[in-house]
Write a protein that binds this ligand. Structure first.
Ligand code: PHE
Length: 450
């Protein structure tokens, strides 16, 4: 095991890094798309409830396991297990999470590559290069391979620098920039025709559909994906938190920021869909169904930016640059999960471990690109529908049933001595033991049957 482990140097640094992991394409692309195709405001309500009542407790389980273990996911889970089957189970869950993180990265990098090409497209248009602009705006093998590789190299470059100078430094710079541009765009969209209809669809719920199992499954899956759960990522980020910090409030901040940015992204994208529709772009069918989910962001927003004239080129550039950035602060966390394991388990140096794992992920990404029709949707479903909920559920089982209650309390009390008498400790252990596993299990089974 390496002698000196990295640690986040400040509270703000951790919050930015963990929120950076959480806030990504899932918030700005996934959440608005899911909301639009699952009944608008009803989905929003279900999402908010599930994010705070199930995903936050599960996030706390992962952060606590990590901070207690002060090690990669497998070792951290082993530290709270007794000998025998529990140790094997710890390996399965920790290693499963690492594989899940790697697989997510392999499709995430492809989508992030699309974001980078969408960032460069306005630049090509400004430079009046028609060929470049067409190449950048149309999906092709050459474009996808190049930008996916570029994105993975960027991720590798940051992770190879470690926790404080890599993850923390970049998250602190990139996250505030993302927020500012989001707000600027919302103000612009709200001033356009059609925006108010969109706002209504987003904010006024139709309560009759709120208990629809399909809606609940999608909302829980979205909440888990968005908080990066079930991938060992929050275990490893937890392991870089100092023992002096108050975990309960750190986890709450991360959840709040994540949910807030998803909400804000919805405020932008959903009204923007209606604005684009009013401008003649076909977003919804005659019966109100969303026409194309995957390409939503790539249709709606460029149409909106086009309508702004030349200034739209700059806005388009800024928006997609920030989408790429949001993707980057998430992808670095996905890569950190396998890298920290390789470094600590096989005593590899960080630089070679990062490049080696980056190369493996690039190979998987390229395989997906070359078999796009069959593999892209499959890997997304495998990781987000099965992997994340199941592994997240198992982390809850570890904390609820395997970890000794006293030792758990001692861990949480570090940095937060008053916790034993507070509301969190009255509710959370119970939640983690019964409510979370049952609820996640139910939602999971209904998604299998559905
Ligand atoms: N939470 C990230 C997002 O919303 C995605 C992610 C999933 C990051 C799993 C790390 C692990 O985009």
């Amino acid at each position: 095991m390496s002698a000196v482990r990295g640690e986040f140097s400040s509270r703000f640094g951790f919050i930015m890094a963990a929120a950076g992991s959480a806030v990504g394409l899932g918030n700005i692309w996934g959440f608005p798309t899911q909301t639009a195709s699952n009944g608008g405001a009803a989905f929003l309500v279900a999402y908010l409830v599930l994010a705070f009542c199930l995903a936050y407790p599960a996030l706390m389980a992962e952060l606590t396991i990590g901070r207690h273990g002060q090690a990669n996911a497998v070792t951290s889970l082993r530290k709270i297990s007794n000998d025998g089957w529990q140790k094997h189970f710890a390996f399965v869950v920790g290693f499963g999470g690492i594989i899940c993180a790697g697989l997510i990265l392999s499709f995430y990098a492809i989508v992030a590559g699309w974001m980078i090409s969408a960032t460069l497209e306005p630049v090509a248009t400004l430079a009046e290069s028609q060929t470049a602009s067409t190449w950048l705006s149309e999906q092709s093998l050459s474009r996808d391979l190049l930008f996916t590789a570029g994105f993975i190299i960027l991720t590798v470059a940051i992770i190879s620098k470690g926790v404080e100078n890599g993850i923390e430094k970049w998250s602190k710079r990139l996250m505030p920039a993302l927020l500012s541009i989001l707000f600027a765009l919302i103000i612009y969209v709200m001033m356009q025709d059609g925006a108010m209809t969109g706002l209504k669809a987003y904010l006024v719920p139709d309560f009759s559909s709120i208990l629809d199992p399909e809606l609940l499954v999608s909302a829980l899956g979205q909440a888990f994906f968005s908080l990066s759960l079930g991938t060992s990522v929050m275990i490893i980020y937890g392991s870089y938190i100092s023992k002096k910090e108050n975990l309960v409030s750190l986890g709450a901040y991360v959840t709040l920021i994540d949910v807030f940015i998803a909400f804000v992204a919805g405020l932008l994208i959903i009204p923007a869909m209606y604005v684009a529709q009013a401008q003649g772009v076909e977003i919804f069918s005659a019966t109100g169904e969303l026409l194309s989910e995957d390409t939503l962001v790539f249709q709606v927003l460029p149409a909106l930016f086009d309508g702004m004239g030349t200034i739209g080129l700059f806005v388009g550039f800024a928006f997609f640059a920030l989408m790429s950035i949001a993707a980057l602060t998430s992808s670095i966390s996905m890569l950190e999960a396998p890298v920290s394991y390789a470094v600590e388990r096989f005593s590899l140096n960080r630089l070679s471990a990062t490049w080696l794992i980056g190369a493996i992920i690039a190979v998987v990404s390229f395989t997906i690109i070359l078999n796009f029709g069959t593999l892209f949707g499959f890997v997304i479903a495998l990781t987000t529908k099965f992997g994340q909920p199941l592994l997240g559920l198992m982390c809850c089982l570890f904390v609820g049933w395997i970890w000794y209650r006293n030792s758990l309390l001692t861990e949480i009390q570090q940095g937060c001595p008053e916790v034993a008498n507070g509301i969190f400790w009255k509710i959370w252990p119970w939640y983690i033991k019964f409510i979370c596993p049952i609820a996640i299990g139910l939602v999971f089974v209904s998604s299998l049957l559905g």
